[in-house]
Design a protein around this ligand. Structure first.
Ligand code: MIC
Ligand code: SF4
Length: 643
């Protein structure tokens, strides 16, 4: 029986378990990446493990999220991360060098390798045939120390691409179409594998746009084959030697098949406030807009930027629209400058931003009140832009650029026939903003530099015998980690200070949550389905941990957040009968007796609602390893106990 590409790479890296779908497998990780907003915690955790040098083939730390530096906090984090990297064997990509996923694809990614990153859009690496997954910082720390990374052996969905995109319809429209069909929870427990004749019509940056935003499906990751197009990309990056051809066997068996005819796709937009709320641009055509932002790890490649410059050439941004452009990396920005395309954008009135995440994570460029903002990004969760009532639409760079000129939603196909945009045969390569670590022999000479905002991470306790606690918060479906632990210019600088950042925990849903949780001392959260979707930020588990949350009971969880809860020693549970969700109110007292024994004996355990005098069953469907982790009080305690 033939194998899928996913199965081939996973089985070549398998160190624990068997390739049985739905069961837990442990895999060896070749590469890791971190970014600064999750990095400080990840490196504090790495230090706590006491491993002197990273054991991966390549680990890279990027500074791209917190580049606003509106106080000393961010700069201190950058300095801390830089010094830890130098000492412990990690490459350090300095602020200004670009967004982690864009730079990693350009300079470090290797087909067939495994990569985990403390950022949910790590699957961008799937664009060159990597198994690249988002993970919590603690998992990345463990992988850097040579530890195994555990996932549920995924189902594999084949997305068969046929045909060829029409002029001005783009890779973003492909992934929006996948999101429209599968929804933000359609990818949970699955890898999305792209196959078919249509694959050959897509360049590496286009493939990377698709795998990047596969994160919004809740998928474990997404992957394209590694073929001649991959070889050309790597060659143009001066890295042809890392190329290997990789694809699924012709007779590979898939769990699901989705067919997409590229020729039939049209320009699309994800409407407020969810990436799967997809409409055709045609339906929005003519509606007035206030802002356009082009960039982010989804759409900031040279190819994207050249298309934008072409559309803007000789024109002026509409007087009622603010256009911001953030090229994804120093390489992209530099090549735009060299080719004159940057000048074209400046001429048209674009506001050129640093090569960083910027507006995507609410670091500036928040739209005006109720402002309609077209963004080439991957998430449009409520409030993420920094403007609570901002209306964010996710679109392709082509749609964004043409709409910036007209001031209304505009279908880019009105531009007529598109000229051919080709990737250069050689990219401008200059890695002078990537600082290599010192040799192992010199590591003692490197001092790790800490700032006053860098506080230790909260320590979790071994599992209580009985959890008797009130429900401090009840929330609905599709709660994102942006709800649980918001980001943005005010809050993101506090990522290294859990006590402080906890003040904003769930503030989007209920400003009183922080005080109530602290007052209760310990508590339980009730959630709906797909709880914790979105970002990989472990702060969405560490802040609740700090505030005394002992368990979270939901209809279902998103993958990375559930792993982060377990890593933090918080028990994730799901309702056996979803209707029990309706019977619980905030502030009800919930009691779980002999929880350790109950978990050890089976997956179904009993929760008593003391206030309403009834009991209900919940599922704690965890592997033995995860159960051990909970007994120990999280991954760090568990690792210490077992080393
Ligand atoms: C995001 O896009 O939400 C982020 C900010 O990149 C996060 C990481 C973080 O919260 O630091 C992610 O995607 O994991
Ligand atoms: Fe940065 Fe946005 Fe990409 Fe997250 S989604 S890594 S914030 S650019």
């Amino acid at each position: 029986m033939g194998l899928t590409l996913t199965e081939k790479i996973l089985s070549a890296h398998l160190v624990e378990g068997e390739m049985v779908k739905g069961s837990e497998i442990g895999i060896r990780i070749d590469q890791t990446l971190t970014q600064d907003a999750t990095g400080t915690m990840a490196y504090l955790e790495f230090e706590a493990m006491g491993v002197p040098r990273v054991k991966t083939e390549r680990s890279v730390a990027y500074i791209d999220h917190n580049t606003l530096q509106s106080g000393f906090e961010n700069a201190d984090d950058h300095r801390f991360i830089g010094s830890v990297c130098k000492k412990h064997g990690i490459y350090f990509s300095r602020p200004g060098n670009g967004i982690c996923h864009q730079v990693h694809l350009e300079r470090f990614g290797i087909p067939g390798k495994t990569l985990i990153g403390s950022d949910s859009h790590t699957p961008t690496g799937g664009g060159i045939g990597m198994i690249a997954m988002g993970a919590g910082g603690m998992d990345v720390a463990v992988a850097m120390g040579g530890g195994t990374y555990y996932i549920t052996c995924p189902k594999v969905v084949k997305v068969e691409l046929i045909g060829k995109l029409q002029s001005w319809v783009s890779a973003k429209d492909v992934i929006l179409e996948v999101l429209r069909r599968l929804s933000v929870k359609g990818g949970v427990g699955k890898v999305i594998e792209y196959c078919g004749e249509g694959v050959k019509t897509l360049s590496v940056p286009e493939r990377a746009t698709i795998t990047n935003m596969g994160a919004e499906l809740g998928a474990t990751t997404s992957i394209f084959p590694s073929d001649e197009i991959t070889r050309e990309f790597l060659k143009a990056q001066g890295r042809e030697e890392v190329f290997t051809p990789l694809s699924a066997d012709a007779d590979a068996i898939y769990d699901e098949v989705v067919e997409i005819n590229l020729s039939e796709l049209v320009p699309l937009a994800a409407c407020p406030h969810s990436p799967d709320n997809v409409k055709e641009i045609k339906e929005l055509q003519g509606e007035k807009i206030d802002q356009v932002c082009i960039g982010s790890c989804t759409n900031s490649s040279l190819l994207d930027m050249l298309k934008v410059a072409h559309i803007l050439k000789g024109k002026t941004v509409h007087p009622d629209v603010s256009l911001a452009v953030a090229p994804g990396s120093k390489q992209v920005l530099n090549m735009l400058a060299q080719s004159g395309a940057l000048s074209v954008m400046i001429d048209a009135g674009a506001r050129i931003l640093e090569s960083a995440c910027g507006p995507c994570i609410g670091m500036g460029q928040s739209p005006n009140s109720k402002g309609i903002s077209l963004r080439t990004f991957n998430r449009n969760f409520e409030g993420r832009s920094g403007t609570k009532d901002g209306q964010i639409y996710l679109v392709s760079p082509e749609t964004a650029a043409v709409s910036a000129l007209t001031g209304v939603f505009t279908d880019p196909r009105t531009l007529g026939v598109m000229p051919e945009f080709k990737l250069p045969e050689k990219f401008t390569i200059n890695d002078n903003m990537i600082v290599p670590p010192v040799d192992a022999g010199d590591m003692d000479s490197v001092e790790v530099l800490r700032g006053p905002n860098i506080k230790p991470f909260p320590v979790s306790e071994p599992l209580d015998e009985t959890i008797d606690a009130k429900c401090s918060l009840k929330v609905g479906d599709n709660i994102t980690t942006d709800h649980i632990m918001p980001a943005g210019a005010k809050i993101l600088p506090l990522r290294s200070n859990i006590p402080k950042i906890s003040e904003f925990c769930f503030a989007v849903c209920d400003e009183k949550f922080h005080d109530r949780a602290l007052e209760l001392g310990k508590s339980i959260i009730i959630g709906g389905s797909n709880y914790g979707q979105g970002s990989s930020r472990e702060h969405a588990a560490l802040a609740p941990l700090y505030l005394g949350v002992k368990a979270v009971i939901t209809k279902s969880f998103a993958r990375i957040h559930m792993a982060n809860l377990i890593n933090a020693g918080i028990v994730p549970m799901t309702f056996v009968n979803e209707s029990d969700y309706n019977k619980i109110d905030q502030m009800d007292e919930l009691k779980i007796e002999h929880i350790g024994n109950q978990i050890a004996e089976g997956n179904i355990i009993k929760v008593i609602n003391v206030t309403k005098n009834f009991s209900f069953d919940v599922n704690v469907d965890l592997s033995d390893r995860q159960k051990e982790m909970l007994y120990a009080g999280g991954l760090l305690n568990y690792t210490k106990q077992n080393s």
